[in-house]
Design a protein around this ligand. Sequence first.
Ligand code: DC
Length: 219
Amino acid sequence: MLNIAIDGPSGAGKSTISKMLAKKLGLLYLDTGAMYRAVALYADRKGVDVNDKEKVIPLLADIVIDFHGDGEEKRIYLNGEDVSEAIREHRVSKMASDVSKIKEVRLFLVEQQREIAKKSDIVLDGRDITSFVLPDSKYKFFLTAAPEERARRRYEELKAKGADVSYEKILEDVNDRDYNDTHRDFAPLVQTDDSVLIDSTNLTTDEVIEVILRYVNTH
Ligand code: DC
């Protein structure tokens, strides 16, 4: 099966890029971050602190996550409920980063990600795809951008939606999540030696896609 693995920090544009790439190449797209978000949402709804590992682990047995939808835009379902919007709420982002530190949560989701990748040609994005989920993928990319630029993009996006946000607070959140995601004990975010580094600080989405397509077409 053809797998394209894309890792990188929050806000580097991984999901936008992965979705477009999948469409251009006729592959499926799997947003692994959405799965961590769904686990965090479930724990939160049960009143469980996502940092309380002993309480989070037993919940996993009650969680069924799947993706479906007719078009390209797959929706994520948590125990049959469409939570595609709910998982994007700002507070869920930090909770997802916290819940993703729990090794059992990671193994629970990684097993499902590997199963999905075994069955289809697919683009996956996340934090540990190139290093842990699918280290043997033929194509591996590390997509990043300066924290200030990632915060700026997020700020513009939220402002366009009419949200009352401060750039400084967003930058602080970006830095917090970077720290969290790169410092956890199990399967932290790393750039593997064999990943192609793409720094999108000064690149448009189309330019990033072009770099990836050129690489895929020549390797
Ligand atoms: O990509 P995202 O922002 O939707 O991911 C939410 C959180 O989930 C992120 O802060 C870290 C975690 N995550 C992870 O640990 N491993 C992945 N493969 C994907 C996401």
